[in-house]
Write a new protein. Sequence first.
Length: 273
Amino acid sequence: MRIIDTHLHLIYLDRFSYDWLEGAGINKQWDAPSYFAEAEGLGIEAALHMECGGMNPIAEDETDFVLAVHPKVIGAIAAVTPETSDFPTQLERLAALPRVHGVRKVLQSDPDDLSRSGAFRTNIRRLAQHNLNFDICMQARQLPVARELAAACPDVQFVLDHCGNPLIASGDISQWRIDLAALAELPNVIGKVSGIVNHAKPGWTTNDLRPAVEHVIESFGWDRVVWGSDRPVLVPNGGLTRWVEAAREIVSGASADEQNKLFSKNAERIYRL
């Protein structure tokens, strides 16, 4: 089963600074060769780099760098600031890079009203004319806010990162299930099966993750899901190999075509690879 990883973070401490890194417990170099040394044996044949806030001095430098760092890093989702007046200029520069397939502004720590402003939404709507996706990274409680944003920008393709961050370790994901299903009703939103390892208890089993993964697939359908590793953020609570094995086990009862859609075919179409 070939896999395209749609959510790889590469950390190059010798080139960039990352304000969030130390608190994540992964404060070291995470380069492309070390990733593919593990990933290739798992069937991962290519990856999209997900912006990780490498500031030296601007996030666009990070995107430009990672696009040349390894031949199997086949594209990037770049960091942007849609809340700023210079966003159209940012977008023009990023759109000129042939392997930028989307953008992201991490919203999980920002006020909910940031994405509700007229200026923010006007800027997000600009993505459609450049054929660029917007990856949504919000907390589980913010899924209704994500729905508002996607509904206000119907011509933009959104990708929901990390299954919408269900708090699996809490033992109660009932509200997340309701809000996730409501978001999935919008045809311009894709569900990304990634990032949930970080929300599970230490020593988690595949069955701990199964309800969340299965609900995402059931809500979005096999044609609107992609897979991502979230490496290295997932490393302290399981690691890449364990996550790949768990994901494969969870969908092992699906048809070969359905599994291929999750692990590679949908990514090729949705991110225009």
